[in-house]
Design a protein around this ligand. Structure first.
Ligand code: SAM
Length: 291
């Protein structure tokens, strides 16, 4: 314990690094203002254990110095590393599979008809983590139209965490995590990774063509100009406060074509009447206006 620190100010007793409630509040404020993520006091042990790894990595001995670093002008890189450490990146192929069933039966048939006649389709996986969500959308499209990669169809996969984006663009996944991908799709659109002994598969050229990864913080400027037919933003807003969620739902509406589809996570809700959407399925919303 640092000299003169009141034991009641210590947030995590017996930790390897001194961590006070003052340190916790500074980190929570920074993570909230940079990424929108709310860290309640109940998350104190999680914050400690995830950031203790950062202190070890950069050779600091206490959180007071760490807070000074991430708040300072020279701390940009470590601030990014801190945000990455504080994000939860859990995802998997065909997670919440009813969204992909809805795309296959209700949304994609008309859109793909239009694409075959030269129309363009833009889809956004916002908070894509390591790409499984965007590739699941690509697989749903390829199952309906095996020539989709030759058409004007793009899926933007964006996230705040550069390491997740690197994994996504790499497109290599352990077979053990691919159980939810129908076997025929796995065989057709993935290739075995040389030297992995069959333990890993890589997305094929068609999926690389369809999906583009970009770093994007949902709290900041969005550089995209065109409108999207479909937006997936699932299991991202749960980490944000109500006001931030409300702002982002409205900003999505500004980028969705009238009649476009927004899929959100199973524990997320949009308050109907406050935003320009109708609920059309379980956690599936349609933007007001005719297609
Ligand atoms: C739990 S994952 C969800 C992945 C995927 N959408 C799914 O449902 O499986 C949440 C993702 O949101 C990203 N995220 C958190 N805050 C963000 C922000 N402000 N801007 C963009 N992405 C953010 C995290 O980096 C993380 O990869």
């Amino acid at each position: 314990m640092a000299t003169g620190t009141n034991p009641r100010d210590i947030a995590v007793p017996d930790g390897e690094f001194p961590f006070t409630w003052h340190d916790f509040r500074q980190i929570a404020e920074l993570v909230h203002s940079e990424a929108g993520i709310v860290l309640a006091e109940t998350k104190v042990n999680l914050v400690y254990s995830r950031l203790a790894k950062r202190l070890r990595a950069i050779g600091l001995r206490n959180f007071r110095d760490y807070c000074a670093l991430v708040q300072g002008v020279d701390g940009i890189d470590e601030r990014q590393a801190m945000i990455s450490a504080m994000t939860t990146n859990v995802t998997r192929f065909f997670r919440e599979s009813h969204h992909f069933d809805y795309l296959r039966t209700e949304v994609l048939p008309d859109l793909l008809d239009a694409a075959r006649k030269g129309g363009k389709i833009r889809i956004w996986s916002a908070g894509s983590s390591s790409g499984e969500e965007a590739y699941s959308i690509a697989l749903t499209i390829l199952a309906l139209d095996p020539n989709a990669a030759e058409r004007d169809i793009r899926i933007l996969a964006s996230d705040i965490d550069p390491e997740m984006l690197r994994r996504g663009s790499n497109g290599v996944y352990p077979v053990a995590q691919m159980g939810d991908i129908p076997l025929e799709l796995r065989r057709k659109w993935f290739a075995p990774v040389q030297g992995s002994g069959g333990a890993e598969l890589e997305v094929g050229p068609e999926m690389h063509e369809l999906v583009r990864f970009r770093e994007l913080n949902l709290l900041r400027e969005w550089p995209m100009k065109g409108r999207f037919e479909i937006i997936f933003c699932r299991n991202v807003m749960i980490y944000f406060d109500d006001e931030t969620q409300s702002t982002v739902w409205d900003r999505f509406a500004g980028l969705l074509r009238p009649g476009g589809t927004l899929c959100i996570g199973h524990s997320e809700r949009i308050i109907l009447g406050s935003h320009p959407y109708d609920l059309v399925g379980q956690t599936i919303y349609r933007r007001h206006g005719a297609r």
